[in-house]
Design a protein around this ligand. Sequence first.
Ligand code: PHE
Length: 409
Amino acid sequence: MTFSSSILSRHQLWPRPRLHRLLSDAWTNGCAAPSRCLSTDGPSLHPVIGENSVELLGHSYPRDDFTNVTPKILGKVGRHLHNQPYHPLWLIKERIKAHFYSSYIGRWGNPVFSVHDNLSPVVTVEQNFDSLLIPADHPSRKPGDNYYLNRTTMLRAHTSAHQRELVRSGLDAFLLAGDVYRRDEIDASHYPVFHQMEGVRLFSNHELFSKVPNGEDLSLFERGGRRTPHKQESHTLEAVKLVEFDLKQTLTRLVTHLFGSDVDVRWVDCYFPFTHPSFELEVRFQGDWMEVLGCGVMEQELLNSAGAGNKLGWAFGLGLERLAMILYSIPDIRLFWSRDERFLKQFRVEDVQQPICFQPLSKYPPLLNDISFWLPESFTENDFYELVRTVGGDLVEKVTLVDDFTHPK
Ligand code: PHE
């Protein structure tokens, strides 16, 4: 009988009655092909940085003294990791969507939150900064921190860039997922492209106070009020406290849904130009507190400019990579860009809620090797596995029998 075996299983060549050394054979016969080479996806419209213009996603942007995008970064635009089924960022997005769809149901059985995940990352500087009341001299506008196509157009630095347009379009409650771009060092936890999920919810007087006893006597707004650490000048304290409570409850429920009820969280006061009061939510992970989101009560001036001046609202923005790294034990942010099957296949689960614990990849490229040999009568399969272990040690991931043959004579 001939026993043929394939490491990482590959279609079988005709059995060669010879025992090959498993690993050295793989190196010398040239079958070490990283799966990367086989990939065909990616942006269909190739970005070009020309002498006078930048071509991106079918548009042409004239260059000026602000232009600082690089071919490398434009190569990421259009990868849509958050929209690729079974990518870990997609999994997190789907889990968050499912949670919001099932927990917040409107009067007619409709989901309260709509979900948007396909807005272009190319935005105006006005959208990214001015619409959010970020002052003209604010340090976050520095070319050193952002990717500008030119003085008026940039790759969004946060999903908040779309708050005003979505509120203006009439939405009262929405989630928005997208890729965001910030010039940054590259290491295990920093990458110049990452993904955020923005959430916004607005409340009319009736929505906010309808469940409060004598709520019809309460108002959202007051004249002549003062801005304090707890509220904006135009808001009543009772309205703000209810919005803040709803915001914190919504996010605590989300984090508990994702991490389980044992998770340790804490709220930290902070500052954003487009929310007041503002908070960060931190989650304790392996003994350290990790910031996972920023949020707050939306600045009324923003809502006024978006045509929703009769409502109060909250907003949050959370980092999808941060959540995925904690939830799936992914040790390095660069892995999200991997096209290596050994990474991607670990996330192909039947149910998006299924727990996944990422198993680190070998630093070696994947190798396939087929061998075949004649066997003595007394052979048992375990003898062979034993031999493979002795020669290959832990480098051998899998051994499968793909064919056998018994000579008629
Ligand atoms: N856009 C903020 C950031 O990227 C997060 C945020 C969103 C804060 C919404 C408040 C409200 O850091």
